[in-house]
Design a protein around this ligand. Sequence first.
Ligand code: FAD
Ligand code: SF4
Length: 493
Amino acid sequence: MKHLVIILGDQLDPHSAALDGFNPQTDAVWMAEVAEESTQVWSHKARIALFLSAMRHFAATQTQQGRRVIYHALEAHDFGDLGAALAATCSAEPPERLIMVPPGDERVRQRIVTAAAGLNIAIEWREDRHFIMPRAAFEQWANGRQQWRMEYWYRSVRRATGLLMQGEEPTGGQWNFDAENREAFGAQGPGWLPAPRKFMPDALTQTVLNLVEHRFAQHPGSLAFFDWPVTPDQAQQALDDFIQHRLPAFGAFQDAMWQDEPWLYHSRLSAALNLKLIDPLTVCRAAEAALHQGQAPLAAVEGFIRQIAGWREYVRGVYHQWMPDWLDWNALEADTPLPAFFWTGDTEMNCLHQTLRQTLEYGYAHHIQRLMVTGLFCLLLGVRPRAVHEWYLAVYVDAVEWVELPNVLGMSQFADGGRMASKPYIASGQYLDRMSNYCRHCPYEPKKSTGANACPITTLYWNFLDRHATRFAHHPRLGQQVRNLNRKTDSER
Ligand code: FAD
Ligand code: SF4
């Protein structure tokens, strides 16, 4: 064999550079299912099933296209980890060279590099064309800057791609329409919501669901609601459905939450994007086209494109710049264990109950639920950041480390001391009361910080400020909150 083309579970890009120049006479595609990828964190069953199903669909397509695929299925043999599986293939049939695009997870990269070195086989690394910007572009942008703020990176992506640009100027004369994008639903709630397109399991997915239910029976989460896109074609249908039915209201309600409504106006595209079933520029261009065709307002389209061309590309950049140090940062010296109810949803705090229940049912929560419910609670309580990271990596179907880790350790837990976010995202229960109807169904009172029925989020909010008062007393964006704390009576404090 000449070239063995390694394709990982989150590299299912049919146009991957790793497949360039593939010679069916001498080359093979290599894919492996190994237990470690499901057990190194206690993965949600739907997350495991999504990866395995999408991998098997990808392999089937490659075979149909005439490529030889060496595929290690879990049922056939479990090699334990990717390095061992690769060593088994290469010992049986040594290739001259391995070809792949860099893994998005540092741990996996190390596994492959170590295995290849042990086998004495060179790896040819190819650029990952899935992303809008090459990795080197982020390094160049970051080089010499004191602070790497997402907003400025986002503007550079807009300039480089022409997304929402009119010449040198941003479309509509503004880079950012956040001020129009922070609405709550009001007392009546969202009313009728367009249900997102669902993808019922085909025979291949059903086999995987049975495998996961049996083999990972003790893992958290449910498979009962599994309807995620698992092929590029389905990902495209999910995109079309979002653009047509939910994009117009996406901006206005992207921060809003509502009891028993997991999807609202969100796209549900993160998992398909992260497995590389669809590429981010295609998604952004589709949103931009909706603007030009008068299907969606600028604020919604800009808000959506910022999440992908801005945040998603940015977190990829910072992940690779700061790994592996990220994992050990703990700027606020938080060391409380993760509460056990995070794995069951069994709590009276309704905001947490709703978000956790939905997470365990679908492997999904939207951004504000992740940031301002589960993330906020862990931050205020002082949970050890690494435990928080491992939970997020386990329970979401879209969780791959390069995107999950910066969002959790940087954005939500402030473990990096402000390298990524300029302030910790803290709020009292009143914020949640404003942005959702969770408090109306909760035994606690969001306004109360002490006494009977005091909202634990509100109590912990003041407690957080009290614990970190010295650190944040002169912070430009938190100083005022510390001064509010100082107005409280001693007994209340
Ligand atoms: P939409 O709300 O429709 O947004 C559109 C797309 O924008 C998403 O599909 C996603 O690709 C991208 N996006 C939005 N926000 C972000 C962000 N902050 N960073 C990167 N991309 C973003 N996203 C993941 O893909 N995987 C994760 O493991 C993950 N973990 C997170 C953990 C925390 C604590 C927080 C606060 C956010 C996390 N996010 C993660 C970002 C975001 O919450 C999800 O991308 C989003 O909720 C996915 O749902 P959606 O596809 O319906 O997104
Ligand atoms: Fe959450 Fe407090 Fe509101 Fe209850 S009252 S839902 S605990 S914020």
